[in-house]
Ligand binder design. Structure first.
Ligand code: BEZ
Length: 210
């Protein structure tokens, strides 16, 4: 069965470049990003890991723990980490799982109609409640946009705490939408500074806390 948004992220034990972990313990009340790489010593993955390492302060600001995965051996991860540092100007600063294929299988990261052994580029964002909040998949040949991953986390964290949704191309600090489940009466209490109703169902309000 595929893992869907809203499901509990399956727990697992893993060997990583920062020692053994159990996923649910690793989350430990934080948000988490689990993302897979097709294979060690491949060019696109090298750029993704370097960029993600550079984003560490942004993930930390949002209380997010990052965890990479590649179906390769721990010794190979260590050699590859040196290449990442030398070519991307950033050392690996989050755990990279050395998977024997079992976690990739558990999370459906291998798509036999793409390749029997390589994982696709999966991203799972998991909330502090250990539920899957976002799932994205890219083919092996397309590097992901980790700025977009941060943007979605901003939206997820905002909408988890306020009864709002975020419109197309929204970025942190921009106006948001009052969700339809909130009546105008309730909205008056929640958003005392008011909102703009373009239609009764399309009510624009300043981002709470911005
Ligand atoms: C890469 O990471 O560069 C890559 C991996 C598998 C297929 C194509 C590209």
């Amino acid at each position: 069965m595929p893992i869907l948004i809203g499901d509990t992220a399956p727990d697992f034990e893993a060997q990583t470049t920062e020692g053994p972990i159990r996923f649910h313990d690793y989350i430990d009340g934080h948000w988490a990003v689990l993302f897979s790489h097709p294979k060690n010593y491949t060019p696109v993955c090298t750029t993704e890991l370097g960029y993600t390492a550079k984003l560490k302060p942004e993930f930390e600001k949002r209380g997010v723990k990052v965890l990479g995965l590649s179906v390769d051996k721990l010794e190979d991860h260590e050699g590859w980490a040196r290449d990442i540092e030398e070519t991307q100007g950033a050392a690996l600063n989050f755990p990279l799982i050395a998977d024997d294929g079992s976690i990739a299988k558990l999370y459906d990261m291998i798509h036999p109609n793409a390749n029997d052994t390589l994982t696709v580029r999966s991203v799972f964002v998991v909330g502090p409640d250990k539920k899957v909040k976002l799932k994205i998949e890219y083919p092996a040949s397309t590097g992901r946009n980790f700025d977009e991953v941060l943007r979605v986390i901003d939206s997820l964290q905002l909408t988890a705490n306020h009864q709002v949704a975020t419109p197309v191309n929204w970025k942190h600090g921009e106006d948001v939408i009052i969700v339809p489940a909130v009546s105008d009466e309730q909205a008056k209490e929640k958003f005392p500074e008011g909102w703009t109703a373009l239609r009764p169902y399309l009510r624009i309000v300043k981002q709470p806390g911005a």
